[in-house]
Each structure stands twice: as C-alpha cells, then as structure tokens.
Design a protein around this ligand. Structure first.
Ligand code: 5GP
Ligand code: ZN
Length: 119
C-alpha cells in the first residue's frame, strides 16, 4: 500500500501547491508541469498526484493510473503541437539511471532538434 504523499518529496509539494510550478494540464489524478531545467524545447513532466517512488511501483499498484500518465503525455504533446513532429517519453528509474526525484514521473521531450545529445 503506497503512501499518497511523502513529507520531503518535492513533487508532492508541487501537487499540494506548496512549491510553484508551471502547470500545463491537470486532471483529478495527474499533473503535468514544465521541467525547471529543460533539456528540449518542450520538456514537461507528467506525474500522478499519489506518491510512488518510480514508474514500476506505480504500474504495479495502480495500472490505470500508470496508463493515465501516457495518455496525459499524449494530450500535452498535442497541446504543445509536437505530436506530429514526434516526442520522447522517458522514465528514469534509480539513481544510477539519473533519477533524482523519487516520485514517479514521465519526461515528455520534444520540439526542434530535441533528440540531439539524448540516448
Ligand atoms: P529525474 O532525473 O528524477 O528523472 O527527473 C527529475 C526532473 O525534475 C529533473 O529534470 C529536474 O529538472 C526536475 N525538477 C526538479 N526539481 C524541480 C522543481 O522544483 N520544479 C520543476 N518544475 N522541476 C523540477
Ligand atoms: Zn511525492
């Protein structure tokens, strides 16, 4: 059973409105906001409001909510007008893979020349 929030989690604080973020879409169970350190012309993070440490844990506990991250990412891509030019979705899992915030999130990366320098 996952905790719905975690006290020292920066993304839980964004969900609660305690830390400001540039929110581009919000649903009852998800929030999408611009990454503070963008790595592409469009760089949005889509997160569940509930706290799970990573995407796998989220999918194991709430598969429909994990799927909602993907559909929300697609909606953001359409709104950002990058659906046709293409975009990349990335889930970093574990510090060794570059995960720095241990609240499940998917990176939506797109826009002109976004792929240069990325895997
Ligand atoms: P990770 O490396 O864990 O996959 O991705 C975490 C992402 O969260 C990073 O790209 C980082 O720039 C972003 N980030 C960290 N703190 C904040 C914040 O306070 N606000 C926003 N908008 N993004 C943040
Ligand atoms: Zn959290």
């Amino acid at each position: 059973m996952a905790a719905p929030t975690e006290a020292d989690c920066i993304f839980c604080k964004i969900v609660a409105g305690d830390i400001p973020a540039t929110v581009v879409r919000e649903t009852e169970r998800t929030v999408a906001f611009r990454d503070i350190n963008p790595q592409a012309p469009t760089h949005v993070l889509v997160i569940p409001k509930a706290h799970y440490p990573n995407a796998g844990a989220l999918a194991a506990a709430e598969p429909e909510l994990a799927a909602a991250l993907l559909t929300e990412a697609a909606e953001v891509a359409a709104e950002e007008k990058i659906a046709e030019s293409g975009y990349r979705l990335i889930f970093n899992t574990g510090a060794g893979a570059g995960q720095t915030v241990f609240h499940a999130h998917v990176h939506l990366l797109g826009g002109e020349r976004f792929h240069e320098g990325l895997v």
